[in-house]
Design a binder for this molecule. Structure first.
Ligand code: C2E
Ligand code: CA
Ligand code: CA
Ligand code: CA
Length: 275
């Protein structure tokens, strides 16, 4: 029995070793991915809840790995968050997104996901300003989505930086609203323009009346606080109808469109935006 225990232990130990090794390897590779041009942005449409016409796109990063193929952000963003690579990825994403959006019809916006880590550095507003200047994109066409993790570590500094970015005319959205421990106190503390209701509520709304009531409550909270409301993860017509019925402003999800690559995006613009 003793020997068995030891071998089970050794099994876990080597399992952990190989996971740690895998992470380290990914981290090393990720370091080169940006300069090797392996990161790509996909763009998922956001549509008006009123008429389903596109209002803009959210930039979603993918890693086009030479051997592993297309790696989803869930697999490398957490690794990037642990090192400071997430900040480099964020800088790159803002620039690329602004450069892309400046070629779209003028009423369309572009949203970029930034890690809370980005707000630990002092010059975040400089990065945003530089990307706007370099691309020529008008500030109101840029949105920044942030999830609540880590923002509370130094709220005063974050509030100041958010203020600087908003002063440029950029929109700030609280992403994945409702999933954190303290979504409401975040609304109290930080100056958001917009909230994006997490996909989990939309998903549950199909067969759960409580989820529908929560969505209604969030929508009316948004109205009171004069915040724009976006719902993400809309997959069915019934969800879309319910959400526009409770006065959400924007919808996003596979029901309307998936994240689009550089081939599908121009086609989408031609078929959904131009005429
Ligand atoms: P998120 O910001 O909440 O992005 C929405 C995610 O839901 C995207 O997954 C999108 O493809 C997916 N999605 C959209 N509509 C639907 C739907 O109707 N049904 C379902 N099942 N899924 C839908 P993706 O692209 O894999 O991104 C996952 C997460 O990775 C993002 O969640 C975001 O937190 C993070 N992420 C993505 N790109 C970036 C980035 O450039 N920087 C940072 N810091 N994080 C990023
Ligand atoms: Ca997002
Ligand atoms: Ca989201
Ligand atoms: Ca989400």
């Amino acid at each position: 029995a003793k020997a068995d225990g030891r071998s089970v232990y050794r099994f876990f130990e080597s399992q952990m070793d190989s996971e740690a090794r895998e992470r380290r390897l990914l981290e090393v590779e990720l370091r080169d991915a940006i300069k090797n041009n392996e990161l790509v942005l996909y763009y998922q449409p956001l549509v008006s809840a009123e008429d389903a016409r596109p209002t803009g796109f959210e930039a979603l990063v993918r890693w086009n790995h030479p051997i592993r193929g297309l790696v989803a952000p869930a697999e490398f963003i957490p690794i990037a968050e642990q090192s400071n690579l997430i900040v480099d990825i964020g800088d790159w994403t803002i620039e690329q997104a602004c450069l892309a959006a400046v070629n779209w019809p003028e009423h369309l916006t572009v949203a970029v996901n930034l890690s809370a880590k980005h707000f630990r550095r002092s010059d975040i507003s400089v990065v945003v300003k530089r990307a706007l200047a370099m691309s020529g994109l008008a500030a109101p066409r840029l949105e920044i989505e942030i999830t609540e993790g880590l923002l509370m570590e130094n709220p005063e500094a974050v509030v100041e930086k958010l203020g600087e970015i908003r002063a440029l005319g950029v929109t700030i959205a609280m992403d994945d609203f409702g999933t954190g421990y303290s979504s409401l106190s975040y609304l109290l503390k930080f100056p958001f323009d917009k909230i994006k209701i997490d996909r989990s509520f939309v998903d549950a709304s199909s067969d759960d009346e409580v989820a529908r009531d929560i969505l209604k409550a969030i929508a009316s909270l948004g109205k009171t606080l004069k915040l724009k409301i976006t719902a993400e993860g809309v997959e069915t017509q019934a969800q879309a109808e319910f959400l526009s019925g409770i006065a959400c402003h924007q919808l996003q999800g596979f029901y309307f469109a998936r994240p689009l690559d550089h081939i599908d995006l121009p086609h989408y613009l031609l078929t959904h935006v131009l005429p």
